[in-house]
Every structure is written in structure tokens, then in C-alpha cells.
Design a protein around this ligand. Structure first.
Ligand code: ATP
Length: 364
């Protein structure tokens, strides 16, 4: 347990709507700190991303990486722009470097439908959707990022990596997450999503999942091939609790999650390792709406709530846990009372208006 209630947050606004939703989020966090009391966030904004690369030729400095390493948590907007690329054609994504550098293997992506947000699914049970996609975030197919090769313009190769060390920690994380959700009324069920019928790497992934499952007899398990999972996420997502999958598979499944919960502006994300954690919305920089006060900041706010919860649990800081719940309640109330109707879903509220609604719920 720490002796101070001060927490240092490394803030990376990034590019496009990342900077807009981050501005809104910092205002919300400041007011939340004032409203709840008992903890203090010391934030430092750091440059990194596509615009920074365009200006300096560097995507992120060693100094910024070092500050992120030393912080209690990292809060990130979104990074990358389609027209700014490295010479090999790939996008500028220093947050991928951070995932690997800081060992952030557990990508937690909740999929939940908020009141009055219409899921594109017409089934009435879509209101009950409440699952989490747990994305392994340091290896899988992404282990090859920046290392793939194109041989004589004839063929391209990328290598998938699955390690026992990461899988064991990932599955433990999944079972513990299911336990915490079960304590709050959840199903207590983990589904292993893979392609074990075709690839050795995924048969290995599944084997380790089964081994770890034995240590959590209170949590039930299921298996789904990733193609069937994509179908089930549209056909019956309300039946699932925690889904755990390799990096690339879960990247795709979490976008399906964003779709069924209404849009990417609702898709929060926490990337957690044994010693560091990064919180960011799962959406990108959305250049099509950047600079127009059209971005839905909800995913950013929900990611900040996940940060407060993680910090509260890690440092046994009850005020942070209260602040996390307070922020979630303000968002939930805003949607159920119609005070938050984001433009993303055809409503009248842009970033500033959604932010005002959340602040108004705090009485700010
Ligand atoms: P990436 O490849 O980094 O995920 P992308 O540009 O392909 O980035 P997103 O930025 O996630 O994908 O956005 C896809 C579309 O969803 C955007 O073009 C935008 O219209 C919409 N969108 C994404 N995030 C939001 C948001 N917070 N509010 C409103 N609309 C959003």
C-alpha cells in the first residue's frame, strides 16, 4: 500500500480526435478529483504519434517512453494518421511499442450496450449484452509487426508467436476477471477463442488454457473457433461473458464489439501488464470527423474510469474506486436520461456537450 494519494499519469493525447477526447477527459478527471476527493492525479502531457513524427521524424522520444515507464498509469487518446507513414508504408503507432516495452499483455475491451444507444442488432436481448473481449496484446501475429518480409516482390511472410509464459498470465487474468465479474452478478464463464482445428500454435494456446482452467473450478469454460465466434458475436452476443483470444483475432472481434454496442465511440480499453498499465479508447484517430467537435468522448471517459479502478485496486486507494464508480454512473445516467445523445448515433451532442452532461451530473 502506498503512503501518498498522489498518482502520476503520463498523458499522450496523440492525433486526430485523440487530442479532442483527451482534452475532454482531463477536464472530467479534474472535476471528478475535486468532487470525490481523497486522491490527486498529477498529469503530464507528452508528445508522440503521427503529427509528432511529421514534425520531428521521431514517433516517440526516449524521454517520453521513460516518463511513461515511471508513471503510475498511462492515459492515451489515439495515435496514427493514414497519410503519415514510415518509409515501409506502415502507420505511426508508438502505442504498439509501449504494449511490448511495458509488457501490457492483457487488453481488456468491455462490450456493453448503454441505455438508449441503439445496437444495430434488432433482437431485444441486445440490451443485455455485457461481455469483455480480452485481447493478448504483445505477441500473436502482432509479434511480427515491423519484422515481416517481402521477398523479391514475390511473397510476403509474417510469423505468429504464442508463448507459454504470456498465455499462462493471460489466462489467469481472464479467470480472475471472470471471478470479479461473477462477484458482481456475472456468469463466471470464460470462452477460449482460437483456430485450434487448423494451427499448431492455437492448439498449444488451447492446451495451456485447459491447464490453467483447472486452477479456477468456480469458473466455467467454453471454446469457440474464431470464425464461429464472429458469427456468434452478431447472432447471440448476450450469451457470452469473458472471451480470450490471440492479438489479431481479438483485434477484429473487439471491432465487432464496437459495432454491436453502437459505435467505436463507446469502446473503452485497458491494456494491463504485471507492472504497468495503459488506458485508451479502442477507436482510432477518426480523421473524417477530427476538429469538428463531433467525436463521442464516452470511450475515453470509460477508459479513464477503468484506469481509476485499476489504480484504486493496485494501491488500495478507496477514493479512486469511488471515483471510477462515480464516473461510470454519470455516463450511465446521462445516457438513460437522454442528457447524452452523441452525434455518433445521430444525436445533437458533440464532444463538448457530452462532456458538459457528465460534468453536470457531478454538479460541476
Ligand atoms: P484505426 O485503424 O486506428 O482503428 P480508423 O480510422 O480505421 O483507425 P477509427 O478511427 O476507429 O478507425 O474510426 C472508424 C470510424 O468510426 C471513424 O471514421 C469515425 O467515423 C467513427 N468513430 C470512431 N471513433 C469515434 C468517436 N469517438 N466518435 C464518433 N465517431 C467515431
Amino acid at each position: 500500500m502506498r503512503t501518498t494519494n498522489e498518482l502520476r499519469i503520463a498523458v499522450f493525447p496523440g492525433d486526430g480526435i485523440g487530442t479532442e477526447v483527451m482534452d475532454a477527459c482531463l477536464t472530467v478527471l479534474q472535476q471528478l478529483e475535486h468532487h470525490v476527493g481523497g486522491f490527486r492525479l498529477i498529469t503530464e502531457s507528452l508528445p508522440a504519434g503521427a503529427n509528432f513524427y511529421r514534425e520531428t521524424g521521431t514517433d516517440i522520444t526516449d524521454e517520453a517512453m521513460q516518463k511513461a515507464r515511471q508513471a503510475d498509469a498511462i492515459l492515451l487518446g489515439a495515435m496514427g494518421l493514414p497519410d503519415v507513414r514510415f518509409p515501409d508504408g506502415t502507420e505511426i503507432s508508438p502505442h504498439l511499442k509501449m504494449r511490448v516495452e511495458f509488457g501490457l499483455y492483457a487488453g481488456v475491451r468491455p462490450v456493453k450496450v448503454y441505455p438508449n444507444v441503439r445496437s444495430p442488432l434488432s433482437d431485444r436481448r441486445s440490451r443485455e449484452i455485457d461481455l469483455v473481449v480480452l485481447r493478448e496484446s504483445t505477441e500473436g501475429l502482432f509479434a511480427s509487426a515491423g519484422k515481416g518480409e517481402v521477398i523479391e516482390d514475390r511473397e510476403a511472410r509474417e510469423t505468429l508467436v504464442i508463448t507459454r509464459n504470456t498465455c499462462e498470465r493471460l489466462f489467469d487474468f481472464a479467470f480472475n476477471l471472470a471471478r470479479r465479474r461473477k462477484a458482481r452478478g456475472g456468469q463466471g464463464h470464460v470462452t477460449c477463442v482460437d483456430k485450434a482445428n487448423v494451427f499448431k500454435a492455437f492448439a498449444f494456446f488451447r492446451k495451456i488454457f485447459k491447464e490453467r482452467a483447472l486452477l479456477y473450478p468456480d469458473i466455467s469454460t467454453g471454446f469457440n473457433y474464431v470464425d464461429a465466434m464472429a458469427l456468434d458475436m452478431v447472432r447471440r452476443p448476450w450469451d457470452f461473458d469473458v472471451l480470450v483470444a490471440e492479438n489479431m483475432f481479438a483485434d477484429i472481434l473487439s471491432d465487432i464489439g464496437g459495432g454491436i454496442m453502437g459505435g467505436m465511440g463507446m469502446a473503452a480499453c485497458a491494456e494491463i501488464g504485471d507492472h504497468h498499465a495503459l488506458f485508451q479508447p479502442a477507436h482510432g484517430t477518426a480523421p473524417d470527423i477530427a476538429g469538428a467537435d463531433k467525436a463521442n468522448p464516452t470511450a475515453m471517459f470509460l477508459s479513464a474510469a477503468m484506469m481509476l479502478e485499476w489504480l484504486g485496486n493496485r494501491h488500495e486507494l478507496e477514493p479512486c474506486l469511488r471515483a471510477a464508480r462515480r464516473l461510470e454512473t454519470a455516463i450511465e445516467t446521462g445516457f438513460s436520461k437522454g442528457a447524452i445523445q452523441p452525434m455518433e448515433f445521430g444525436g445533437p451532442h458533440g464532444t463538448a456537450e457530452v462532456t458538459r452532461a457528465v460534468l453536470a451530473d457531478f454538479g460541476a
